[in-house]
Ligand binder design. Structure first.
Ligand code: 3SL
Length: 236
């Protein structure tokens, strides 16, 4: 039976053999939720990059939309920040456009996971699409939590537990303490996900930055149940 494990931070990735695995990259608040929303809104392809300079350069090279965030705030000089609502605004239709995006932790986690055999973007918004993909591929799964500047994040780990639970009939989700911890946190959080995650430090950070409506949006399970951003060469 293939194994499922959780890497709590990109800083720990050197401890995990990514080769041959399916990597699910998670930054619930907000990068992976935003990427899923962008694709659901009709963005054709996404170039996730680590630095603002790359984001700017790729935007010019491909003539695509640019989105960037640093420390929870939209970075200056880009079309969009990192709010999913930026892609749902009728005044700025995104359908048919390509996008390049750079965020503090999420796009970095994606870049650092590139040794994996398959890389997909996971969020509560597309939980079922990710679970189905992992089942179909049948490889070991590593859920990579983007965390916050190298540190553990509650919301990413709770999502990892939800995915572990969805896959527990087909994957060994009990031989790693990290996966067990994710499952336990999800079981605690599930009865009232929003109330549970209100305790998280990033939620407090976002509230203080007046991005709290993004919080409720990003916790919707399977709003985009068939959207699956998957890495191909240099883009999703
Ligand atoms: O770090 C990231 O990738 C972001 O998702 C952080 S924020 O939610 O935009 O603050």
């Amino acid at each position: 039976m293939p194994k499922l494990d959780i890497c709590f931070s990109p800083e720990l990735l050197h401890l995990y053999p990514l080769e041959g695995q399916t990597a699910v990259i998670v930054d619930i608040l907000r990068a992976t939720s935003t990427i899923v929303t962008a694709m659901a809104a009709g963005v054709t392809e996404v170039f996730p990059v680590a630095t603002l300079e790359e984001c700017r350069a790729l935007g010019q090279q491909h003539g695509c939309l640019t989105a960037a965030e640093r420390d929870g705030l939209p970075a200056e000089g880009f079309d969009l920040g990192n709010s999913p609502f930026g892609f749902l605004d009728d005044a700025r239709p995104v359908r048919g456009r390509a996008l390049t995006i750079s965020t503090t932790n999420g796009t970095l986690a994606l870049q650092r996971s590139r040794a994996a055999a398959a890389i997909v973007v996971g969020a509560f918004l597309n939980l079922s699409a990710v679970a189905e993909f992992a089942r179909r591929e049948g490889r070991d799964v590593l859920i990579v939590c983007a965390g916050w500047k190298g540190q553990f994040c509650l919301e990413d780990t709770v999502f990892a537990g939800a995915l572990a639970e969805a896959l527990q009939a087909d994957f060994d989700v009990r031989s790693s303490d990290a996966a067990l911890a994710g499952l336990h946190l999800w079981q605690q959080a599930r009865p009232d996900l929003a109330a549970y995650l209100l305790q998280s430090s990033h939620v407090r950070r976002l509230n203080s930055l007046e991005a709290s409506k993004d919080f409720d949006f990003c916790l919707q399970i399977d709003r985009y149940a068939t959207v699956l951003p998957r890495w191909h060469e240099d883009r999703l």
